[in-house]
Design a protein around this ligand. Structure first.
Ligand code: N7H
Length: 470
């Protein structure tokens, strides 16, 4: 059975976070770093601890703690890039390789994502060996924890980059910067998540954790089993995603059909209304009660033959097509993002353009990057033929030139309007199908712009103790 004390807390349940600091570091003195790790281990937050924290929060909400007693929460997790593993000499022998091609190559070398690398910040072009994620209920607590961590690792590491994220204020809590409720749909991990929401799909533990049932290592090149030190760890994909909120808002406003509900067009691009209500359930107007109700807001299946209720290119449909495919299990990821940057300022409203830096610190966990994050980004979001054409000249088996008579089978429905990246091509979408121009748009820009990122591996606690620490 899975030992929840052995898995880092951000992966399966999620560290408690109102604010978060990401410390991207380089290892300066390997030997000293590895010997100091032993002292760092007690600070790392496990899944079991996160579950305890959640119970504390539930009690707090029930009014248990004394008046004036603030619930103090924080969490620390640690992950390494391939370059970090190389520094420490871990996984370098052929029979000890971790066996994940995108991870081993590093995100900067991942051409499938279609990033414009000229826009990447210099820090993400440097050697980043590891990532320490620190979360908490307030910035002061996170700062104090960061200090504690850096004191332990004193002079064994150097900062390459520090990025702070925070939950948006007031009624926007839980919403990302475009205004949509985030973190609604997550796969439930069998044997871990007990209280499933209605509509929530389960995945085997090995979809998220290495070495567990469902981990499809054999599909990776060159490796037919995971080294034991990798078991119960997970790959962490980090993306530094900037959002052009004012420009996105303008495009939605300018193209919203006359007499339709405000934001209808935006909801069609995302797949959910700002409240979180799925447009597949409520296609014409938002329903705030539905959006807020975890027992109802994830209960829907797309009709594979139609985009009448939800466009094929809607972000949620592109990234988790549900019943458009017979099984999506091996494509599922667990998302743990948090917004960064300030609220839109008066100055920006006046100028009608983005001036401040804001966006999403995107984090996704899975056991196989090529099956998970990389596939979702490159073969779905960036692939105008999906669904239902894999490529313009190769229809998906089982769908003969498209069963939807109104569909244009030459190009497919287009790019994910939120995160799709077309490289040098235009980002074209068709939210109605048919051979006329109705529902066709050429998106004027990318509103989500990647400016950095890296693939990391978040090891189990026992591996950190026995293999990483020395
Ligand atoms: Fe997305 N957004 O606000 O538009 N995402 N996402 N995402 N995303 C989701 O169900 C958003 C990004 C997925 O199971 C919602 O939690 C933004 C990347 C997946 O139905 C919203 C950014 C990737 C799902 C957003 C961003 C994904 C999902 C609906 C970048 C992977 C679950 C709320 C700034 C490559 C789909 C929810 C499902 C949902 C937004 C990035 C993937 C509102 C703004 C890079 C798998």
């Amino acid at each position: 059975p899975l030992d929840l004390h052995n898995v880092q807390g951000d992966i399966l349940i999620g560290l408690p976070k109102k604010v978060e600091t990401c410390l991207f570091f380089g290892i300066t003195r390997v030997g000293d770093f590895r010997s100091q790790l032993i002292r760092l281990l007690p600070l790392l937050t496990t899944t079991a601890q996160v579950i305890e924290d959640q119970q504390k929060i539930a009690r707090y909400k029930g009014g248990m703690p004394q008046k004036g007693h603030l619930l103090e929460l924080s969490g620390v997790n640690l992950a390494f890039s391939q370059k970090g593993l190389e520094q420490m000499g871990i996984g370098k022998d052929a029979n000890d390789r971790i066996g994940d091609a995108p991870f081993e190559a590093g995100m900067f070398n991942d051409t499938k994502l279609n990033d414009d690398k000229a826009l990447w910040e210099p820090a993400f072009k440097e050697d980043i060996h590891g990532l320490i994620i620190i979360t908490g209920d307030c910035q002061a607590r996170v700062d104090a924890k960061l200090k504690e961590v850096e004191e332990i690792l004193d002079r064994t590491i150097h900062r390459v980059k520090v990025i702070n994220g925070k939950v948006r204020p007031g009624g926007q809590g839980g919403h990302e910067h475009f205004g949509y409720l985030d973190g609604v749909s997550q796969p439930a991990v069998l044997g871990v998540d007990q209280n499933l929401h209605r509509g929530q799909e389960t995945v085997r533990q090995g979809i998220i954790l290495l070495g567990r049932e469902g981990d499809s290592v054999a599909e990776d090149n060159g490796v037919d089993r995971r080294p034991s030190w990798s078991h119960d760890g997970s790959f962490l994909c980090f993306r530094y995603l900037f959002q052009n909120v004012l420009e996105f808002d303008k495009f939605v406003k300018d193209n919203n059909p006359p007499e339709a509900a405000d934001d209808l067009f935006g909801a069609q691009l995302v797949g959910r209304w700002k409240s979180g209500a799925p447009i597949d359930v409520t296609p014409l107007q938002d329903d705030k009660q539905l959006g807020n109700d975890p027992s109802r807001n994830d209960v829907f299946r797309y009709d594979p033959f139609s985009q009448n209720r939800c466009p094929y290119i809607a972000h949620t449909r592109k990234t988790n097509p549900r019943s458009d495919l017979s099984s999506t299990e091996k494509r599922r990821i667990i998302r743990r993002g948090i917004p960064f940057g300030p609220e839109v300022t008066e100055e920006e409203k006046k100028a009608k353009e983005t001036i401040e830096e804001r966006g999403l610190l995107f984090v996704a966990y899975q056991s196989n990057i090529a099956n998970g994050f990389q596939f979702i980004q490159s073969s779905w979001a960036n692939q105008p033929g999906f669904p239902f054409l894999f490529t313009p000249d190769k229809p998906k088996p089982g769908f003969t030139a498209l069963t939807d008579p109104d569909f244009t089978p030459d190009k497919g429905p287009g790019f994910d309007a939120i995160i799709g990246q077309a490289g040098k091509e235009d980002r074209v979408i068709d939210i109605q199908g048919g051979s006329d121009n109705a529902g066709k748009f050429t998106l004027p820009q990318q509103w989500v712009v990647p400016k950095g990122g890296e693939y990391f591996f978040s090891p189990s606690i026992s591996a950190l103790k026995e293999t990483f620490a020395k």
